[in-house]
Each structure stands twice: as C-alpha cells, then as structure tokens.
Design a protein around this ligand. Structure first.
Ligand code: CIR
Length: 255
C-alpha cells in the first residue's frame, strides 16, 4: 500500500475537554503538540505530503480526524459520528477532502458510523458495530461500497472498546495486529494475525504507513515482536491521546 497523502489536525486548548470513557486526568497540550509534531514528521519522512489543518476549538476531539471520513482509492465517504459533540467535525473536513477526491459521498443518516470502526485491508472493508457505529450507518456505507466494488464485512467491536481499531491494526495486506479479545471472535480468519503480548493490549492501535509502522511508545514487547517480524517500527509518545482513548490511526486520514 502506498500513501501519497495524509491529513491531520492540530489539537487545540479545548482538547482537555475531549471525550473519554474513564477520566484519568486531562491531557497536557504542550506535550501533546510535541507528540503530534513527531507523528507528522514521521509520516513526512516516508515521502508523503501531510496536510495539517488548524485546531478547531469548538470541537475538542477534532484532532482525531480519522473518525470523520473513510478514504479509499475510488473516493471518500464522509462519516456521521455517533458522538453528538463530534458531528460538526465532518463539515470542517469536507472541503479538504473535496480537494483531494473526485468522488465524495456522505453518510446521510439517520444512522451513525465513525472511521475508527473501519479497517480497510485492501481485499475487504471490515466494520465493527460499536457504541458509535450502528446497523443503519453500516448499511449506508455498504450501499456506497457495493458501487465501488469493495466487499464489506460487519463485525462487533468488543463491549467496552471504543472503536474496532482500538483493538487492531493492519500491518500489511495479509497481516493484522490484534488483541486476543478481538481476534477470538474469528473476525480475522484468512489473515495472519499477530497478538499483542499480554498487558500490552493498549498498543493495538498502530498504523502501517508506507515503509514504517507507527506505534505508541511504552510497549517494548510489542515493538520487539514487530521488529522481529521485519517491520520498521517508529515509536510515538501517545500518553496524552491515550487519556482520550485515541491512538495512532485516529490522528490522520491516509490516502
Ligand atoms: C472520542 O471519544 O471520540 C475521542 N476522544 C477519541 C477518538 C479516537 N478515534 C479513533 O479511535 N479513531
């Protein structure tokens, strides 16, 4: 998979009010910005053009751009977040994607779907139903993907897990990094699955971007496993995004 572009958005001061399942303290903006810089620099190192959008103070979670759209070779689909406070982020992303895609679609509703629940493996699109993504949202996406010729497989994000991709990542077209919990559902039959070492489940949200794999710092056994498997691993400080249940995939749209 070769990506020529990525789109990200700077966190603003309002990020301290971002959504979180459990309050473990507020993120530190300065440290978050430094980590965001490192993330963007790593994407750029691979030769991709990275568009960095301005912070949206009215939307504390707007840095998690992945949830606003699904980017595929045929076009992009603007999502319809299940979190009320995030709905308005979509309209702010739309003009950027309109400049990058000829075919731009919208999930019109009433259903909901967020990009964090969608894993495109190249051969199919896996979508996890979750507290944010419902059957009607998935059905609307399916109708669009039918037109584009992409099979969609609907699965279930485990209870208590924010998004499907909170618990898995695509490392290459054949290989998925997954928690044992998610993989136990059998959803990755037909792929090679690498399991997160016990106690390092929080490293499941990684991304393969061109020649590198970005993963959160602080999970040494996962990093070692991926290096042993031949991946060029880059560690990013995810301390502050983790307080808001966010990770590597959430911080960019990749196309
Ligand atoms: C939220 O709850 O919506 C944000 N605090 C975190 C979103 C993370 N996004 C993602 O996993 N794609």
């Amino acid at each position: 998979t070769h990506f020529t572009h990525a789109v990200s958005r700077r966190p603003g001061a309002s990020v301290t009010g971002g959504l979180r399942a459990e309050d473990r303290g507020a993120p530190d903006l300065a440290r978050m910005l430094a980590a965001h810089d490192a993330y963007i620099a790593t994407l750029r190192e691979t030769g991709a053009e990275v568009i960095v959008l301005e912070a949206l103070e009215d939307y504390p979670d707007a840095l998690f751009v992945e949830d606003t759209a699904l980017c595929l070779p045929e076009g992009a689909v603007m999502m319809r977040p299940g979190a009320d406070s995030r709905m308005g982020e979509v309209a702010h992303m739309r003009p950027t994607l309109a400049g990058l895609f000829d075919d731009l679609r919208d999930i019109a509703g009433p259903g909901h779907i967020e990009g964090g629940d969608i894993l495109f493996t190249g051969r199919e699109v896996l979508v996890g139903r979750s507290a944010r993504t419902d059957a009607a949202g998935v059905a609307e996406l399916r109708a669009i993907l039918d037109e584009w010729g992409h099979p969609l497989r609907e699965m279930q994000t485990p209870d208590g897990v924010l998004h499907f991709k909170t618990d898995c990542s695509l490392l290459d077209p054949e290989t998925i990094l997954s928690t044992r919990l998610l993989d136990a559902s059998g959803c990755f039959d037909g792929y090679r699955v690498l399991h997160l070492p016990e106690g390092e489940e929080a490293a499941a949200n990684a991304i393969r971007f061109n020649d590198v794999v970005l993963m959160p710092d602080g999970f040494p056994r996962t990093a070692e496993m991926l290096e042993r498997e031949g991946y060029d691993v880059r560690l990013i400080d995810n301390t502050d995004c983790a307080l808001l249940d966010g990770g590597m995939s959430c911080l960019s749209l990749r196309l």
